[in-house]
Design a binder for this molecule. Structure first.
Ligand SMILES: [Zn+2]
Length: 207
């Protein structure tokens, strides 16, 4: 098992490639996926599926190209599809246009992918339909833009909700084992314990 990270697109969004044996899952290909395709080609690893934490342009820009090049399906929450009609979803706020893609709904709950258990958590607040993908065997949760090291995701985009974001973190993230790595859409990794102890947005709370 291994996790690779590629900074894709103008905002260097973290695109994660989870590898188990010779299969992989890609989370949030937010820009030109050339580096990811090169990695898959070089290693002979087969892509099983693409996952999106949410439908902001900097997490989905490379969906169409990566999906077409590998013949893999894209999974995300249908409850967030309305975000694609906003400027931060379709890219128009950056003067770009996200290439059109089709995604399949992924249910909240525990499932299996590439031989690994994955719990899909509903973690709205930064964007409607935001998901976290928690892989116990990797001791890692892929949180998108929900929470960052010492910070939280923006809630000033359409559909953002600060109270809902805090509820998502408290109920879905801070209840995971303390040593769980939190792998965010931007910036460095952190852990559940680190953020419980040091995140200023939760510092007044007792855990
Ligand atoms: Zn976002």
């Amino acid at each position: 098992m291994d996790i690779k990270v590629f900074g894709l697109g103008p905002l260097e969004t973290n695109c994660y490639v989870i590898v188990n044996e010779n299969r992989a899952v890609v989370i949030d290909p937010g820009g030109d996926p050339a580096q990811v395709l090169e990695f898959l080609k070089k290693t002979g690893i087969k892509l099983d599926r693409i996952l999106n934490t949410h439908f902001h342009f900097d997490h989905i820009f490379g969906n169409a190209e990566l999906s077409a090049a590998t013949g893999t399906a894209i999974y995300a929450a249908d409850s967030g599809l309305s975000v694609l009609d906003t400027s931060v979803g379709n890219g128009s706020m950056m003067g770009i246009q996200v290439p059109a893609f089709e995604s399949k709904d992924i249910a909240v709950g525990t499932t299996e992918m590439i031989g690994l258990e994955c719990t899909v958590l509903a973690t709205p607040g930064h964007a409607p339909g935001s998901l976290t993908f928690y892989f116990p065997a990797l001791e890692s949760a892929f949180v998108g833009d929900l929470i960052f090291r010492r910070s939280i995701g923006r809630t000033d985009f359409e559909g953002g909700d600060t109270a809902l974001l805090q509820k998502s973190v408290l109920e879905q993230i801070f209840t995971l084992p303390g040593n769980t790595a939190l792998l965010s859409g931007h910036g460095p990794a952190t852990t559940v314990s680190e953020e419980k102890n040091h995140n200023p947005f939760f510092s007044s709370m007792q855990f």
